[in-house]
Ligand binder design. Structure first.
Ligand code: MIG
Length: 874
């Protein structure tokens, strides 16, 4: 859908007289037809021509003297470098997106050589070859292959006026990923122009220039492997990724310093690890944060209670209800309560104490001294302390957002962030568990000279000597807003892991908040688009990502909702959220619940939500890994299979964790789907057990209740029984859903799932290994690697060996396990096993304290699981 179609549909939404008449404050549509589009551009006639006049080798790189500028190439690690061009004497810039700046790194060992033409720095992994005149940087791998180099035909990198920029050569097969939050249909961004300017884009589409968050980082993938570039500039930035010519790409910003980081792979995973070493990794979320969340704008207070209760009655798992801005007191006054919603929260907390609640917050603080007949402390204190953002004249900036007149906390100031954090007791004391930060672009209901729907670009942040104009800070406002809210959790809930969800972030925002992709639309196009959008965010260091399942604007058809729920069950962040019913009488039902669309859709929704809950141990472990290495939870295929060229452009499939491949149905009416299975692996169909060779596209059945799902052979998927919410039952039995070919190991991580005790070592890690051995023996072994979480109630493992015939016996050392008739008995009785014809699997109940290897003996012919050259592809 292009912007034009979008305008039409939003006009239809809003143009109907009386539709909004009952709203306490009508939503406004005039920002949707944004006419202003300012875009920084380079004057090609005016590009820099830097040349190195002298240089000095430093302990971690080199300082360059260009005469009118200084330059630095710093080695942060043997595969990680930073290039900066500064005003003479100016310090190198590090944005607040950087968590671990230069001081946190130990310079690698490197050699330095120079000739009249070049300066060459060499580490164990890369060589940085700097040409002096013209100035140019080239990165080579240890074999001397060029990984990345400046394109010098137009001049050197540097500044055009105030605009920092860099031109780079493009290889024929080079692909580009990341760029933060980009509403594009494609995953590979080669040939595209990408912009970063945080903007509230209700009902955005693939033609929107930018949306809510900015991450000026990308991964380049080519024959020599992968590398990453982080252009650490919060100004409005633009990336031209070989859109003008196949020979080069370039990036620029509207101001700021020319500073970029270069991370060498060659694995994509190494690039992301490095990038997130610099900008931070996600916190391991509380388990309830990765269960299902339900939300809607303009639920009545009673509806919030009823919806939660309906989930429980229908036994559809649910972990959290959201309170959208309707709960606020007065005219959307942050940190105050409308009494009805306050009461609803108390009812929920009393009746469903296990259910979590999330409050939506907005940064615009109503300019009012009284709410509910009480002094409005947030406004009064902030005013008394002069904490608000200023206009160009230095007066408090006042404008309309949800409150008719609002002022904005200046989050660039540390004392303002801490004060703002302290306001959250109004939410936490009422019983709120988590926070969703909205509108931090910052969204302002006004048009301006340079940009729409935000503050004027010449507003002022900071105080005294330390002020910057809004355009320099704009893309950081949401990051610092998240930072302030994160501090609220530290102030008020220091033991618990925070749950914070932000719409607006900058690079590095992952260390404070999860992200969702804002006001998408209930359309097939948007379901399709959500996948590359989330994948590119995942490749931008933000693995805790989700989209509004079912779509925000409008209402989905029953079929679309079923398909979206099936796909969305595999979103790292899983929330069903939709727009106010008051906008869409013409477009569908009041709500967008699993039961809104009839029995069939309800059953399908339930099935996939339950599957997510069964997969909780697996999913949680994927989050654990993400928190350690930056590895996406929802991975593009090229992440693990970058050498398989077929995966480079795939944007409608993904890996869920390391071992499950999901190919959601994204087309109306489709009942089959083509699925590409990456090469050099075998793939078991999760539903039928059929095994397919990788390196081919297959067509599989995909009736409405089925999402094509494959498991990589030699995988263990740890699963558990369904719960109605993530903390309902202790994990006592862990199912090890095993797809064995030769040998597989899995390190299983377990902790309390909600406190920060794991940060002090309170966790267990158990390694499971299942292997095929000569003579038809399959061996199961487990080893405790860490055992510091004392409250674990895990007492047994249910080994489910898929695609297997019946073993003749099962034994641990000399102790024989008892063969029983059915799966239920196995589940209930330790040291038993059975073969299930129906599941085509052997089930073995192994006590967790079994120290011996457990052996499954087959007929001695080396058969056992049907993976050893026989019986594939049934
Ligand atoms: O201007 O709080 O993206 O999730 O429901 C609209 C009301 C404000 C936009 C968010 C959406 C939220 C809505 N908000």
């Amino acid at each position: 859908m292009g912007r034009r179609t979008l305008l039409k549909s939003t006009a239809a939404l809003f143009g109907v007289g009386g539709v909004l008449a009952s709203a306490s404050r009508p939503a406004r549509a005039d920002h949707y037809d944004s006419k202003i589009h300012y875009e920084p551009q380079l004057d090609n006639e005016n590009l820099a021509q830097l040349s190195v006049q002298s240089h000095k080798i430093l302990g971690d790189g080199v300082k360059l003297d260009f005469g009118d500028h200084d330059g630095y190439v710093r080695l942060f690690a043997d595969d990680f470098a930073r290039v900066s061009v500064t005003e003479p004497g100016q310090a190198e810039y590090e944005s607040p997106g950087v968590a671990n700046g230069l001081d946190e790194w130990d310079a690698p060992t490197f050699g330095a050589e120079s000739t009249s033409e070049r300066i060459v720095l060499e580490t164990e992994s890369i060589t940085v070859d700097i040409s002096k005149d013209p100035f140019g940087v080239k990165f080579l791998d240890a074999d001397g292959n060029v990984v990345n180099e400046d394109y010098l035909d137009k001049g050197t990198s540097g500044y055009e006026g105030d605009k920092p920029y860099v031109y780079k050569k493009t290889d024929e097969n080079e692909a580009f990923y990341g760029f933060g939050e980009q509403p594009d249909m494609g995953f590979n961004q080669r040939g595209e122009k990408l912009e970063n300017w945080n903007t509230d884009q209700y009902g955005y589409g693939p033609d929107s220039d930018y949306v809510y968050s900015s991450v000026p980082f990308f991964v380049g993938l080519k024959d020599t492997g992968a590398y990453g570039i982080f252009f650490d500039d919060p100004y409005h930035s633009v990336f031209h990724m070989a859109d003008e010519s196949d020979d080069y790409y370039y990036f620029l910003a509207d101001g700021g310093q020319l500073t970029y980081y270069f991370a060498y792979g060659p694995e994509v995973s190494t690039v992301l690890d490095r990038y997130t070493d610099l900008t931070g990794k996600i916190d391991l979320p509380p388990k309830w944060g990765i269960g299902l969340h339900q939300s809607k704008w303009e639920y009545t207070a009673q509806e919030i209670v009823d919806t939660a209760e309906t989930y429980r009655e229908k036994e559809i798992p649910l972990d959290a209800m959201h309170f959208d801005i309707d709960y606020m007191g007065g005219e959307y006054n942050a940190f105050t309560w409308d009494p009805d919603y306050y009461d609803a929260l108390q009812t929920l907390n009393a009746d469903l104490p296990e259910l979590h609640s999330v409050a939506v917050n907005d940064p615009g603080v109503g300019k009012t001294t009284e709410v509910n007949g009480e002094p409005y402390e947030t406004y009064l204190e902030g005013t008394e302390n002069d904490y608000w953002v200023k206009d160009a004249d230095g007066d408090t900036f006042t404008a309309e957002v949800w409150p008719p007149e609002a002022v904005w906390p200046d989050f660039s100031r540390e004392e303002v962030r801490s004060w703002y954090a302290s306001q959250h007791d109004a939410l936490f004391d009422a019983g709120i568990d988590g926070v969703k930060n909205d509108m931090g672009e910052p969204a302002v209901f006004q048009k301006n000279e340079k940009y729409d729907w935000t503050m004027p670009h010449d507003n002022i942040h900071g105080v005294g000597e330390d002020t910057i104009r809004h355009e320099a800070y704009h893309n950081l406002y949401g990051l610092d807003y998240a930072r302030a809210a994160y501090e609220a959790f530290e102030q008020y809930k220091p033991e618990k892991r925070p749950f914070l969800l932000n719409r607006n972030l900058f690079a590095g925002g992952q260390r404070y908040a999860a992200i969702w992709t804002g006001d998408n639309v209930s359309s097939w196009e948007h379901l399709r688009l959500s996948i590359p959008m989330m994948l590119n965010l995942s490749v931008s260091g933000m693995p805790f990502v989700g989209c509004d399942i079912g779509g925000f604007v409008n209402r989905p058809s029953p079929e679309l909702f079923a398909r979206w729920m099936q796909a969305g069950a595999f979103n790292p962040y899983c929330r069903n959220h939709t727009d106010s019913h008051r906008k869409d009488e013409l477009n569908g039902p009041r709500n967008q619940h699993p039961w809104t669309f009839g029995e069939e859709v309800e059953a399908i929704s339930k099935q996939y939500i339950e599957l997510r809950y069964r997969l909780l141990p697996y999913l949680y472990n994927a989050f654990k890994t993400a928190s350690e290495t930056g590895k996406p939870v929802q991975q593009p295929l090229m992440f693990q299979f970058q050498d398989d060229e077929q995966t480079v452009d795939i944007d409608d499939q993904f890996m869920f964790g390391d071992d499950m491949l999901v190919a959601p149905v994204l087309e109306k009416g489709a009942t089959t789907r083509e699925v590409y299975l990456p090469e050099d692996e075998q793939w078991a169909d999760f539903w039928t057990d059929a095994v397919h060779e990788g390196g081919q596209t297959i067509t599989v059945d995909a009736p409405l209740d089925r999402v094509p799902l494959f498991v990589k052979m030699d995988s263990i998927i740890p699963m558990r029984e369904i719960q109605q919410y993530t903390g309902e039952k202790p994990l006592t039995m862990l199912t090890l859903d095993t797809y064995l070919d030769e040998e597989v190991s899995y390190s299983f991580y377990e902790d309390d799932g909600e406190t920060r005790a794991h940060e002090n070592g309170a966790y267990n890690v158990t390694e499971f290994t299942v292997s095929t051995n000569p003579g038809g023996v399959v061996t199961f072994e487990r080893e405790h690697e860490e055992q510091n979480y004392d409250d674990s109630e895990l007492s047994s493992y249910l080994l489910k060996l898929n695609r297997s015939e019946a073993p003749q016996k099962v034994q641990a050392a000399a102790a024989k396990y008892t063969a029983v008739d059915d799966a239920e008995t196995v589940t209930e009785t330790s040291e038993t096993y059975t073969h299930s014809e129906e599941q085509n699997a052997v089930l073995v109940h192994i006590p967790a304290d079994e120290d011996n290897a457990v052996r499954l003996f087959f007929n001695g012919q080396g058969r056992g699981p049907q993976g050893q050259g026989k019986g594939r592809g049934h």
